[in-house]
Design a protein around this ligand. Structure first.
Ligand SMILES: *[C@@H]1O[C@H](CO)[C@@H](O)[C@H](O)[C@H]1NC(C)=O
Ligand SMILES: *[C@@H]1O[C@H](CO)[C@@H](O)[C@H](O)[C@H]1NC(C)=O
Length: 416
């Protein structure tokens, strides 16, 4: 095992550029060191996190930020979004995060915040708020990943990439979209991955959730390779480079990375069990067994790995979780004819049964234990307007997330 890992690196060590060797920003080999939340719905708006921004349109509701800005026009879109950027997350949030034991945030940013493209309806003005956020991070001892959450053409067609596509047609690798992506990544890395933020920014994530089950996986790998070299060698930055698993199984990337001198790389896994009927059919014990297995496997990966998104959701009931105008598989109102249960009251804790609360707490504790087998976890997301299963702050308040974070009502579920 050890020999397998060391040999290719030793073989290459004579030929590699000294500047990039051993540079790392943080040591992710320490299990469970990252306890974080995503700052979702801030610089990339999402209908399920901030429905009020979208509901304001009445009958003709846009699906995503692209259509939101397209409908409003630049002036009005800027006015509303600027108001949102200045109020959705404030210093008080960072103070609360630190107070409940969190030490990490992942901050999604769309390419349009960094690079204005001709013909795009998107508006800019996010970066001063991001700069301010990083100052608050420093003040409250919180480390940050800056994550390129949407790229030109969209890397997955999800509304959270800025642009939702209803049919599978992703334009990331068409025209000069990839070139523009490198340009945006370079601006982001230079500004946030260097000396100015070296005490706060712990990593740059090359792209969020590229749809590796549909897009050409080799082109994604090439983007990872080029992006990595751009950051570490061309720009000569110390920051760690974060790569999402592209929806490939655990260990998929091991052989690929063993070929290269990649230091300071973290593989980012996102773990949800509610986006298919098979997963929704699981009992709570099956949900828990599944994450425990993932935790055990994580420890065997070639590179540092971390769970950069997960939630408390045991259903896909949350309003607009599957997109504007879409229902839920759980109650057979979207892409399913099997009804697993009712979605009524999903966001109203006063209607939850004791069993629902117990299962949710069990699921949260098991996930923390499992993901701590890697470098740790980053919950999706810190706050929402009204999506309880996805709202860390409210889950803490309702006693469903342990306080302190290490407290366990269901200890040792995974038996590690
Ligand atoms: C992308 O950039 C490269 C290098 O600058 C250039 O050779 C290539 O033609 C560009 N591709 C597109 C599609 O613009
Ligand atoms: C670092 O901060 C200084 C002072 O605000 C600024 O002038 C400079 O452009 C920043 N460097 C980068 C790479 O953004």
């Amino acid at each position: 095992m050890l020999a397998n890992i060391l040999l290719p690196l030793l073989a290459l060590s004579g030929t590699i550029c000294a500047a990039s060797t051993f540079k790392k920003r943080m040591d992710y080999s320490e299990k469970g060191s990252v306890k974080g939340v995503n700052l979702g719905g801030w610089f990339v708006i999402e209908p399920f996190i901030n429905p009020s921004l979208f509901e304001a349109f009445g009958d003709d509701i846009p699906n995503d930020e692209y259509h939101y800005t397209l409908s409003l026009g630049k002036e009005l879109a800027y006015e509303r979004l600027n108001e949102h950027w200045g109020s959705w997350i404030t210093e008080a949030d960072f103070e609360t995060m630190s107070g409940i034991g969190l030490n990490f945030v992942r901050i999604p940013v769309g390419y349009w915040a960094l690079l204005a493209l001709d013909g795009d309806p998107y508006v800019q003005g996010q970066l001063p708020y991001l700069d301010q956020a990083l100052e608050w991070c420093a003040k409250y001892n919180i480390q940050a990943w800056i994550d390129l959450h949407g790229v030109p053409g969209s890397q997955n067609g999800f509304d959270n990439s800025g642009y939702r596509e209803d049919a599978e047609y992703l334009a990331w690798f068409q025209g000069d979209n990839l070139n523009k992506t490198y340009e945006a990544l370079s601006i982001m890395s230079e500004r946030y991955g260097g000396a100015n933020y070296s005490d706060v920014v712990a990593g740059i994530e090359l792209v969020n959730e590229p749809l590796g089950t549909y897009l050409d996986i080799n082109t994604i790998a090439e983007y990872y390779d080029t992006g990595y070299k751009m950051i570490r060698d061309d720009l000569d930055l110390v920051t760690d480079v974060i790569m999402h698993d592209a929806f490939r199984d655990q260990n998929y990337w091991d052989p690929y990375f063993q070929l290269y001198d990649y230091w300071g790389v973290v593989i980012d896994h996102h773990r949800y069990q509610v986006f298919s009927t098979g997963e929704l059919a699981r009992t709570i014990d099956e949900h828990v067994d599944f994450v425990c297995k993932q935790g055990a496997d994580t420890a065997s990966e070639y590179h540092w790995s971390l769970t950069g998104e997960w939630s408390a959701a045991l259903t896909d009931c949350t309003y607009w979780l599957n997109g504007v105008g879409r229902g839920a598989r759980y109650d057979a109102t979207y892409q399913s004819s099997t009804k697993y249960g009712t979605c009524d009251g999903i966001n109203d804790i006063s209607t939850w049964t004791d069993e629902q609360k117990q299962n949710t707490r069990k699921f949260i504790e098991a996930q923390m234990d499992a993901y701590d087998q890697g470098a740790g976890w980053i919950f999706w997301t810190w706050k929402t307007e009204n999506a309880l299963e996805w709202d860390f702050q409210r889950l803490v308040y309702e006693g469903l997330v342990p306080q302190p974070l290490t407290d366990r009502q269901y200890p040792n579920q995974c038996g590690y």
